[in-house]
Design a protein around this ligand. Sequence first.
Ligand SMILES: *[C@@H]1O[C@H](CO)[C@@H](O)[C@H](O)[C@H]1NC(C)=O
Ligand SMILES: *[C@@H]1O[C@H](CO)[C@@H](O)[C@H](O)[C@H]1NC(C)=O
Ligand SMILES: *[C@@H]1O[C@H](CO)[C@@H](O)[C@H](O)[C@H]1NC(C)=O
Ligand SMILES: *[C@@H]1O[C@H](CO)[C@@H](O)[C@H](O)[C@H]1NC(C)=O
Ligand SMILES: *[C@@H]1O[C@H](CO)[C@@H](O)[C@H](O)[C@H]1NC(C)=O
Ligand SMILES: [Cu+2]
Length: 386
Amino acid sequence: MKSLAVLLTSALALASSALAAAAEIPQFTQEEIDTGVAIRELGRIAYENALARVEASTEGCTKENVRIRKEWRNMTLDDRKGYQEAVQCLMQQPARHTGLDGVRTAWDDYGALHYYQTPYVHNSATFLLWHRHYNWVLEQDLKELCGYTGVFPYWEWGLDCGTMGTVDTSPVFDGSEYSLGGNGEFIEGHRPSIGGAKAGSGGGCLLSGPFSNFTVNIGPVGSADPLKYNPRCIKRDLNNDICSKWATLRNTTEPILNATDIAVFQAIVQGDGRWPEGRTVGMAVHGGGHFSISGDPGSDFYFSALEPGFYLHHGNIDRMHFIWQNLDWENRQTIAGTNTMYDQPPTPEAVLEDNMGFEPLNRNVTIGQTMDTVGGTPLCYVYEPW
Ligand SMILES: *[C@@H]1O[C@H](CO)[C@@H](O)[C@H](O)[C@H]1NC(C)=O
Ligand SMILES: *[C@@H]1O[C@H](CO)[C@@H](O)[C@H](O)[C@H]1NC(C)=O
Ligand SMILES: *[C@@H]1O[C@H](CO)[C@@H](O)[C@H](O)[C@H]1NC(C)=O
Ligand SMILES: *[C@@H]1O[C@H](CO)[C@@H](O)[C@H](O)[C@H]1NC(C)=O
Ligand SMILES: *[C@@H]1O[C@H](CO)[C@@H](O)[C@H](O)[C@H]1NC(C)=O
Ligand SMILES: [Cu+2]
């Protein structure tokens, strides 16, 4: 009797919490979606739901140690400069990979790890969660190797394109000491970017400001030995047209509102044509954010992680996932797919116990350990709505 009562009560509790969660997702007008009213409100609900779990926790991730990630323009000028300088500091630290000719610095380690992992962590079960943890690993390195303890950033592309602004004038790329450096030098008649979009406004090397003296040491993919030492300038080709077609506030908001399961959510975010919902979005927000920056290594599928903007871009992808999860937490702790890109070669369905590789930068983790950004295993952060 007792166990039946317990069962019934928990079934009722589950049903009502699912109802409450579902009821929490408000309806928005097109204008609210396009101007960011919607994503701010969704972000606020997710933030509060995640923090409520932290409030209830007494060990691991608690309200004393939870970290608040912010949109770049909501960070103090000190933190923007501090973050930028810490990344430059990482570019001077020794590599952890050994025996790789081109991998000379701790920053190069990120390029090598992403290069090795690319065939397993894109259009696979771990796309969202591997990149979530990868950003966290960078956050640890910036702190432990370079003393940066300030806020960890994300870039809401939609604030810098469409009707909201331009990528060229983004505070992330305005070239000041409070930015990640500027655009590349404009190259007359340079090759238009991908996706049928207009050419970008740069194309060449960064001439001044932060990262203008950064040397890209490895890549590009497709060269005979991609990890061979191949020093060159960093190039950027900021592209407002791409951002306006694939990375606007509407583009950030719709995947969160439309997707009811993780398979569809990750398909819409990546433009994965194996799902009908992924077929109509072209390069989707993931490609949209990457190619809003473009350049070398920014456009390189394998080596884009050497572009300092990569982590702010993936921060926003992670934030979208965080919001989507926390709007209906009980039902959104799942994965879908296998551990190979487009399931090529075919591999078994991934499970939460599967390993994700981060050595030699950090310890490996299981997929399940990264499911909750406030799970404390080891993640402990939330995204503040801007
Ligand atoms: C160039 O690199 C040096 C470190 O070698 C650094 O102190 C300096 O600020 C950098 N300059 C720019 C413009 O980023
Ligand atoms: C979201 O759903 C709406 C309504 O069905 C549709 O018009 C829109 O294209 C979808 N957006 C995305 C990114 O899938
Ligand atoms: C992205 O949003 C813009 C409007 O902001 C819209 O024109 C475009 O179709 C959207 N792209 C996708 C792939 O949904
Ligand atoms: C970490 O992950 C990598 C890649 O999956 C694997 O090769 C390595 O053996 C793992 N290390 C440990 C200690 O499990
Ligand atoms: C973030 O900055 C924007 C202006 O850039 C401001 O409107 C907004 O209130 C800020 N948000 C927070 C949470 O501080
Ligand atoms: Cu990636």
